[in-house]
Write a protein that binds this ligand. Sequence first.
Ligand code: 0RA
Length: 635
Amino acid sequence: MSNQKSGEEKVKSYGAGAIKVLEGLDGVRHRPAMYIGSTGKAGLHHLVYEIVDNSVDEALAGYCDLIKVTINKDGSVTVVDNGRGIPVEPHPIYKKPALEIAVTKLHAGGKFEKDVYKVSGGLHGVGISVVAALSKLMRVRVKRNGKIYQQEYKIGKPLYDVKIVGEVDKDETGTEVTFYPDETIFSTTDFDFSVLAARMREIAFLNKGIKIVLEEEKTNKKEVFNFEGGLIDFIKWVNKNKDVLHKPIYHIKEKDKVVVEFAIQYNSGYQENVLSFVNTINTVEGGTHVSGFKTALTRALNNYASKNKMLKNEALSGDDVREGLAAVLSLKIPEPQFEGQTKTKLGNSEIKGIVDSITMDFLSEFFEENPSIAKEIVNKGLEAQRARNAAKKAKELVRRKSAFGFSGLPGKLADCSKTKAENTELFIVEGDSAGGSAKMARNKEFQAILPLRGKILNVEKANPVTVLSNEQISNLITAMGTGIGEQFKIEDLRYSKIIIMTDADVDGAHIKTLLLTFFFRFMPKIIENGNLYIAVSPLYRVRKRGDHYVYSDEELKSLQKEIGGAEVQRFKGLGEMNPEQLWETTMNPKTRLLKRVTIEDAAIADELFSKLMGEDVEARRQFIAEKAHEAQIDI
Ligand code: 0RA
């Protein structure tokens, strides 16, 4: 693995002995996600990348220029390269062919620590042995020494010793790996041509000269990725539908064993698009290389602008100089440390300075030599700066206005983007955490979210002035836009549906009741007009051949009768669902269940509330005694 620390055995020469062996393939099948990220679609495709990356390593070492990837009719994938072939000579310690060791022992790839810049197995860098362990069948053929060697494996275990299955020309060498992913591990085993194509294209851009052929037998689809221009072709491709401001700016330089390569091309748009890679791994989360690059770009442009008296008094900010910037930054480094949520953030602290100085040196000179390009970029940055300052002024103006009471929607409200009330919805959500999930789950265009913190005020016990000065309630009133009491205007209602969304438990029922009481007493027109709804969220998820969402105990019982002892999860609250589930079950207009509140419902709630919260202690005692057996107050 590329990010292993030194201190372990270090091997300098290629050959069978170069294969480092670390024990332990058992864990792979127990916790596959730890090795390949997931057992879903992404993890499945990752298997292909693991194999291809070995071939790319061989290409980077200078021994291979063709890689063929085929999605076969029978569901397997074959990766062929024309490298030197995985060594088959006996391993000095194991006394077995190095090939067998490479496939059956974890981390036993040709990974030679620092000696070359290894791609080293995509994101997780685990190699061929992990793919073998997660495949119901894998076949490896090696052309070497004028012979074709073959061995097959079932979930990582050899089916027979390495055998010779044919002869070839002495100078014909290479490796061919075919694997059938284990469907007891993966939720899907269908390879997606376009997913593989995207990654193969990326690899070909990042390693100029390598030819990658991707084919799908079933559909006869075929794409060849081969870019002599490398990153220059990459940046042209990124900007292919854009109006570009200049020819790509390109540089490559090595410093302290780190190879820094980048291509830059501004377009007339406003998006920033900085793609970054370390040893061909897409560092989606950025890292030290990206900060070094960005800092240098900003500084180089400010220096140029200042020297040429283009700045007023304010320097260009990083955001200013990155409007309309497309850039690809690619590093090859001996010992990358990947950090972050998805292990796609470069952590090596020494890299920031290296990238910064290489970028700064090159760009300073480039801008001096290409003044028309430099001026065009600086002018674009100045335009961004002007727009930024104008927007700031406008915002301040709005803020001042709202301080005087002209506008001012509650800060807690995540409003929808549509401004007309027609077909828009306001979800009143119990608690900040469920509010957060709802914000992620919603369709921003027409769904607004107002989280209420804890219980709202009990309007039964408070006088109207207290009610209206309560923060939760005033937020609610402001969000709705109608005003209240004599000023109430239904025409001003900012949404067509007001939806109460609470947990399906006692607390949730309580809050529902409180809200209904509030609407009944202070805004009955909303109910009469049919604008008030209650979202019905599922009580259970039943897992068997997919997910079934169940909305009542009765439904659960009948479902269990129908499909037997399946896995049942009870949702204690909205917060237990992930945003996708919340959207699917409770918020998506196509699939959700909504109850429209009638004035009767509200009246019952109001009465219930009077009993529960009012002054009549005896009525409350009786009510609780009657209802104590019910887990939930249903209205
Ligand atoms: C270790 C040593 C040598 C080649 C390889 C590994 C190798 C591995 C893979 C995996 C897929 N394709 C590959 N191609 C090569 C070089 C051995 C020698 O000839 O000295």
